[in-house]
Design a protein around this ligand. Structure first.
Ligand code: SF4
Length: 346
């Protein structure tokens, strides 16, 4: 059955594959390993349409490992604004520097070397080896997990059937067409065997699908009922606005959330509103402080509620601080959260 499904998938892929910039084929009929390497970092936690545009910009700036390995962390963090999850950017740069140093700029072609690079786990290593080097792996992304769990009609949440899926997926591995097959699975999951309302009537292997035969395709994968409530944190942010319509910014600490990124002054984020402690910069301010409203921002593991204040100040009272023109905020390297905070105030 697996061979039969693979055959259908490969045939379908030829005419229906998504046009994604990191997939362009080289003379060896495989994608550029550097492109796959970069795209896999970007695709962790970010959707394909968002990555598509940013990937092209990235490659224009840093077309190969060597060019990327020479830049500073602040450069890549600046670029990463809007993509979120900045640890990925840091890891991507660290990995590029290691590849340049230890592998003369060539993406490693074996699992052990890849998995030892920062930010590369089991899935990413398999995706790079399978897609870029046509090695016999199958990386279980959400699309592939969904298709396999539906074919076998597993009526448990994905998190509980990881081992079974892994075992079943091995039977689908192709030695000859691994790269195309992995991408075919991914595209089929995103276009035909979609999360909601899969197009089972036109599915090329609906005869082999247990979910379809039991009319369970809309219930599988089973949702994990235990949805824990997200933690809510609190902060206050202060927009120091000077007579030249510039606002004061500073660098965040090198560890923790949004590490080393620029920010507007804000209080340390706390779990309990009453534990908020005013930022040092605001302590001796005599100027009028005006509340401008709330910003709610969602991180992976918690939401942050920030009350935003504006204070009109004279620039010469804040020597040794960095200022940014209000008109330059949108294109600045401020993280999205900070841009939202500024937008509420001005
Ligand atoms: S029949 Fe439907 S649920 Fe089954 S694999 Fe095809 S699209 Fe997915």
């Amino acid at each position: 059955m697996e061979k039969h499904i693979n055959k259908h998938l490969l045939g379908w892929y030829k005419n229906n594959k998504r046009d994604l910039p990191w997939r362009r084929l080289q003379a060896n009929k495989l994608p550029n390993p550097y492109y796959i390497f970069v795209s896999e970092y970007m695709l962790q936690q970010t959707t394909v349409p968002t990555v598509k545009k940013r990937f092209e910009e990235f490659i224009k700036k840093w077309p190969n490992i060597k060019k990327l390995s020479l830049i500073s962390e602040s450069k890549i963090l600046n670029f990463w604004v809007g993509l979120g999850y900045y640890t990925r950017a840091r890891n991507l740069l660290k990995a590029a520097k290691l590849i340049q140093k230890n592998y003369r700029g060539r993406i490693p072609e074996n699992f052990e070397d890849l998995i030892n690079l920062p930010g590369i786990g089991d899935y990413t290593a398999k995706a790079i080896l399978g897609i870029a080097f046509n090695q016999a792996f199958i990386p279980l992304d959400a699309n592939i997990e969904r298709i396999i769990s539906r074919i076998f009609a597993y009526q448990l949440p994905i998190i509980k059937i990881k081992k079974q899926l892994e075992k079943k997926s091995i039977k689908f591995i192709s030695k000859k067409y691994s790269s195309q097959l992995i991408q075919a699975f991914m595209d089929y999951g995103s276009l035909i065997c979609t999360p909601r309302n899969p197009k089972c009537k036109i599915c090329l292997f609906n005869m082999n699908c247990k979910s379809y035969s039991k009319n369970l395709q809309n219930q599988i994968p089973v949702k994990n009922k235990k949805i824990s409530k997200k933690l809510l944190k609190f902060s206050r942010a202060y927009i120091f606005n000077n007579e030249k319509n510039e606002i004061l910014i500073r660098k965040r600490p090198s560890k923790g959330m949004l590490a080393s990124m620029f920010e507007v002054p804000n209080d340390v984020w706390v779990n309990n509103k009453k534990d908020l402690i005013k930022d040092k910069l605001i302590l001796n301010i005599k100027n009028k402080i005006v509340s401008k409203g709330l910003v709610k921002y969602s991180f992976t593991h918690f939401d942050l509620e920030t009350e935003v204040f504006i204070i009109n100040v004279k620039k010469n009272k804040f020597l040794n601080y960095r200022w940014i023109k209000q008109t330059k905020i949108t294109k600045s390297g401020l993280p999205t959260l900070m841009k939202k905070i500024v937008a509420v105030a001005i």
